[in-house]
Design a protein around this ligand. Structure first.
Ligand code: IPM
Ligand code: MN
Length: 344
């Protein structure tokens, strides 16, 4: 029997993106997963080259793949040739919205020696609405009486499908615990909708214990006792901020992986490390590929290969556990080799 070949679109992107993505693909193949990859040249470099951010044709082509693996997108710090938001809104958020990647799943396992050592939790971030929806605008722009508004869009449909996904995930995890994080004491409209949705959906999951934290308090808890969390469900902007904090307390953003999921599987999902392009260390073969490798493991899981995904994740966990704080810096490829070596 020949194993199925999975069609993966690879957007290496900018800076260290292509370096870490190449190593992640090498690990996936070493785990026995057959991939047919197609590279897409997108990101800051491509935009500066010919002005393309993401054309309709490219988007249509991407829809035909089983998954998209993305490295990192963005210009070097201080490079002012690309107006802020061009790539964020035009490429990354466009992919999230157009492909209806409504779940941003970010798992965290506290690395040995990190604040979150012993903690193991997942943040489920709503990925298509909230303040990211782009609602708002200017009035009298550039005048002393200028007005800028930026609304938060929360639909019952969008909140409910996110909340239900989080409950389903919590019900499959040993701790069966879910925390809604919001700011219901101040955001009395959107917060109310989120809280009522959680209250309604929880009836379908009586086995899941439910908690609520205000987002500011959650920042304290994430630093003081992150092990209280199992599944966190939250809106787009709170999720963006909380997952950077969660990455920092779990051993650094160099380990943080993410999956942008379309759980209804009407198209490909997108997998990317949480970190950025890190142009300052690009081209030196010293970028840590572990976040990209863990993101690729999430992709392998989404492709239906749970066994291979678990083997890759376990190898990464062992690799992180055996990394000494004072260990000499290894090359990107050497870290990937060490993970491959640990595949069982
Ligand atoms: C992330 C990033 C993006 C976000 C940016 C680059 C648009 O910070 O994936 O967390 O805000 O979602
Ligand atoms: Mn972010």
């Amino acid at each position: 029997m020949t194993a199925a070949v999975h069609k993966v679109a690879v957007i290496g992107g900018d800076g260290i993106g292509p370096e870490v993505t190449a190593e992640a693909l090498r690990v996936v193949r070493a785990a026995g997963v057959a991939l047919d990859t197609t590279e897409f040249d997108l990101g800051a470099a491509r935009y500066l080259h010919d002005g393309e951010v993401l054309s309709e044709d490219t988007l249509a082509e991407l829809r035909g793949f089983d998954a998209i693996l993305l490295g990192a997108i963005g210009p070097a710090l201080g490079d002012t040739r690309i107006p802020g938001g061009t790539l964020e809104r035009g490429l990354l958020l466009r992919l999230r919205f157009a492909l209806d990647l409504y779940i941003n799943l970010r798992p965290f396992t506290g690395a040995p020696g990190s604040i979150a050592q012993g903690a193991d939790f997942v943040v489920i971030r709503e990925n298509t609405e909230g303040t990211y929806a782009g609602e708002g605008g200017f009035l009298r722009k550039g005048t002393p009486h200028e007005v800028a508004t930026q609304g938060s869009v929360n639909t019952r449909f969008g909140v409910e499908r996110c909340v239900r996904f989080a409950f389903e995930l919590a019900s499959r995890r040993p701790a069966k615990h879910l925390t809604l994080v919001h700011k219901t004491n101040v955001l009395t409209f959107s917060g109310d909708l989120w809280q009522r949705t959680v209250d309604a959906v929880r009836a379908e999951f009586p086995e899941v214990e439910v908690d609520y934290n205000h987002v500011d308090a959650a920042c304290i808890y994430l630093v003081e006792r992150p092990s209280r969390y199992d599944v966190i469900v939250t809106d787009n902007l709170f999720g963006d901020i909380l997952t950077d904090l969660a990455g920092a307390v779990s051993g650094g953003i160099g380990y943080a992986a993410s999956a942008n999921l379309n759980p209804s599987k009407t198209g490909p999902s997108l997998f990317e490390p949480v970190h950025g392009a890190a142009h300052d260390i690009a081209g030196q073969a010293i970028a840590n590929p572990l976040a990209a490798i863990s993101s690729a493991a999430l992709m392998v899981e989404d492709l239906g290969l749970s066994d291979a995904a678990a083997r890759i994740s376990a190898a990464v966990t062992v690799e992180i556990a055996s990394t000494q704080p004072n260990q000499a810096r290894r090359s990107t490829a050497a870290v990937a080799d060490a993970v491959i070596e640990r595949l069982r």
